[in-house]
Design a protein. Structure first.
Length: 149
């Protein structure tokens, strides 16, 4: 299935089944993040949601040539979609924060995990609008309280 984006400011690129699949998987990861019962799980699922939204944008760009070096999705996004460069920088830093926490460093707080869910939702909405689709209904996302202690 391929359609063309027609929304205001929408790029004239094809909307493929892969793009729709990645956007759907991004939304599903956001829903999982909202129902997570630990901060580390919530943070990781929110990161995954953002990464899948970034992958959806990158799916619209010609695949990298076989001779080029592999890049992180965030590095590729900043290069291929400069208008999303600030988002790429933000989520790169979140990935570093997560790696420190996973390696035994300071853990992620409830506030940080909840904030990342909200930022991932905003990023997904920005991606949806960019490709000419309506933003998601954020009211459907309700954070399950995380019990600390």
């Amino acid at each position: 299935m391929t359609t063309t984006a027609t929304g205001p400011g929408a790029p004239a690129e094809a909307l493929t089944g892969d793009l729709f699949d990645l956007l759907g998987r991004s939304r599903a990861a956001l829903i999982e993040a909202c129902s997570a019962t630990t901060t580390s799980e919530r943070y990781a699922r929110a990161q995954l949601a953002a990464l899948r939204a970034a992958a959806a944008l990158l799916a619209q760009v010609a695949p990298r040539s076989l001779g080029s070096r592999p890049r992180s999705a965030w590095e590729a996004l900043a290069r291929q979609r400069p208008e999303f460069g600030e988002w790429a920088s933000f989520f790169t830093e979140c990935g570093k924060r997560s790696a420190v926490a996973q390696s035994g460093g300071a853990g992620v707080s409830v506030r940080e995990a909840d904030d990342l869910v909200r930022q991932a939702q905003l990023f997904l909405d920005a991606v949806l609008v960019h490709v000419g689709l309506p933003a998601a209904d954020a009211s459907a996302l309700r954070l399950t309280p995380i019990v600390v202690g």
